[in-house]
Design a binder for this molecule. Structure first.
Ligand code: SF4
Ligand code: SF4
Length: 187
């Protein structure tokens, strides 16, 4: 079966230390006022019983039906076979359509390079068999990355464990039909 990369956040563990943001910026030389990943503060979606505040990591959701890919006039934004949504900066003309169309506010314009930019799950690191920089750096092991089509991967085991133990599992704005691939898990 083809690989399908995804990420899960165990939100109870995040303490907003921002080590992931620092690691990402260093890995990708992200401009000072921009982010490929950041930490939001929000409530889990169980408003009816125990409303709990969480620090919620945020990045590109590598949507299966990605508006950024649909609107890109040059096909610079594209979905890879392994599920990662990436940007071919060589053919990006900087029109910013993708930035406007992303419902997750996951992209930004790199003024220095004149292109759209966002999280790619650290593609070069994956090619070397490494996890994304944010995953490796997080001291709380909040972020779990891997191939959800591989039953032996850490993320598959985590999602099975979540189902067995009835943890709360959600994705962002599923009502939009974008089919995101970032899982939020509250134990
Ligand atoms: S989160 Fe935004 S940038 Fe990422 S794939 Fe979805 S629409 Fe595209
Ligand atoms: S800014 Fe680049 S990647 Fe985004 S829609 Fe325009 S050409 Fe495509």
């Amino acid at each position: 079966m083809k690989k399908k990369y995804a990420m899960a956040y165990i939100v109870d563990r995040c303490v907003d230390c921002k080590a992931c943001m620092v690691a990402c910026k260093a890995e990708w030389e992200v401009p000072e006022d921009k982010f490929r990943t950041h930490i939001d503060t929000g409530v889990s979606p169980d408003y009816t019983d125990t409303m709990r505040m969480h620090f919620l990591p945020h990045q590109c959701n590598h949507c299966d039906d990605a508006p950024c890919v649909t609107v890109c006039p040059t096909k610079a934004s594209y979905k890879r076979e392994d599920g990662i949504v990436s940007v071919n900066q060589k053919i990006c003309v900087g029109c910013k359509y993708c930035i406007v169309s992303c419902p997750y506010d996951a992209r930004f314009f790199n003024h220095e390079l004149g292109v759209a930019e966002k999280c790619t799950f650290c593609l070069p690191r994956i090619a070397e068999g490494l996890a994304p920089a944010c995953v490796t750096t997080c001291p709380g092991n909040v972020r779990v990355f891997g191939d959800i089509n591989d039953p032996n991967s850490e993320i598959s085991a985590l999602l099975r464990d979540a189902a067995t133990n009835h943890y709360k599992v959600w994705k962002l704005r599923q009502d939009l039909g974008t089919r995101p691939n970032i899982y939020y898990i509250q134990k």
